[in-house]
Design a binder for this molecule. Structure first.
Ligand code: AQP
Length: 331
């Protein structure tokens, strides 16, 4: 059976981008058709300035939102990354497989390191090395497929390179995984800045729809979305990024082809109104279930405790095999 791994990092409240680019498919397809593991990858939230209490709060919230979105612990394994030490055990071996040049080339590293330097903050070494930890997150489970949004494609490519290199040097140990992406919604852009990805850790929140936003907040954000001057309702990322983003969101929520949808609208106002209602309807059940689940933190804790037990069981033999293959004495 196909093995799937993917994760979400607790760097902010989960967004519509997370849902359309990744989580919805985990719920609707992956957990039903494959052996799937999903993780709140909390160690990745420590690579930039962070508040410990906030990370703790957001980690529990992310698990709760995933359950509210329909992740079913009876069908898949849901856990918190730091509860499964095998990820960091393997990460070191992969650091011994990776070169510093390939990590310095990672787009996310360059962008975030640049921002940190500009604001006078130091750049944590983990910001450079976290794609290796991400590779360990994936390879430790013998993962075949990694369902992610577009922004993670480069990291999955690095994971493939490391798996292939390790296998060539030390003998076949890892499955070489591939990224999968949704046909529509793989890159949802910020409503106020349609040239930037909608990211949960971004400072300005006016262009970000959070899954737990109240319906009126969602409507307000979508109605105020930046559109493009002139050209009417056309689907073209280059010349009309704002309208194209709205068409992508509408198509991802309601189904259909965004380019074809463009032909059915003559005004930005109607497009925005329909998009706002489509988003409100899509996320309403998530918000309602989240309110119920948040009232029962004991249940949430039990889910991730059992999930970590299961994940550890799956991960340990492969990490032990990698330790032996690379030349370390068995314990
Ligand atoms: N805008 C997006 N459109 C489509 N997919 C997206 N994903 C994230 N943003 C979009 C996908 O959601 C999964 C979890 O994402 P993440 O937690 O790794 O990253 P984030 O939400 O983008 O959080 P940050 O902290 O704001 O990240 P950075 O700083 O990296 O932008 C992934 O599958 C991701 O592709």
């Amino acid at each position: 059976m196909t093995r799937i791994f993917s994760g979400v990092k607790p760097t902010g409240h989960m967004t519509l981008g997370n849902y359309l680019g990744a989580v919805r498919r985990w719920v609707e397809v992956d957990q039903r058709e494959a052996e799937a593991l999903f993780s709140v990858v909390d160690l990745h939230a420590l690579t930039v300035e962070h508040d410990p209490a906030r990370v703790r709060r957001l980690s529990r919230q992310a698990v709760t939102v995933l359950l509210a979105a329909g992740i079913d612990p009876e069908l898949c394994t849901l856990f918190v990354q730091s509860h499964v030490e095998e990820h960091t055990r393997l990460s070191y071996l992969l650091e011994c497989t990776a070169g510093d040049g390939e990590l310095r080339r990672m787009i996310q590293y360059r962008e975030k390191a640049g921002l940190a330097r500009e604001s006078g903050q130091g750049v944590r070494l983990s910001l450079l090395t976290y794609p290796v930890l991400m590779a360990a997150d994936i390879l430790v489970y013998g993962t075949d497929e990694v369902p992610v949004g577009d922004d993670q494609a480069q990291h999955v490519e690095l994971t493939r390179d490391l798996a292939i290199r390790f296998n060539q040097r030390y003998g076949h140990t890892f499955t070489v995984p591939k990224a999968t992406r949704p046909p529509v919604g793989a890159r949802i852009m910020d409503l106020q800045d349609p040239l930037s990805k909608m990211g949960k850790s971004h400072e300005s929140t006016a262009g970000i729809v959070y899954l737990l936003d109240e319906p009126d907040t969602v409507r307000r954000k979508v109605m105020r979305a930046v559109t493009d001057s002139g050209s009417g309702v056309v689907y073209d990322r280059e010349s009309a990024p704002g309208v194209t983003n709205l068409l992508e969101i509408l198509a991802a929520c309601r189904g259909g082809d965004p380019a074809e949808l463009a032909g059915t609208y003559s005004s930005y106002g109607t497009l925005k109104k329909d998009t706002a209602e489509a988003v409100v309807e899509l996320v309403r059940p998530v918000r309602e279930r989240h309110a119920r689940l948040a009232a029962d933190p004991g249940f949430v804790d039990e889910v991730v405790r059992k999930g970590a037990d299961r994940a550890r069981e799956l991960a340990r033999p492969r990490v032990d095999a990698a330790y032996a293959a690379i030349g370390l004495l068995p314990r």
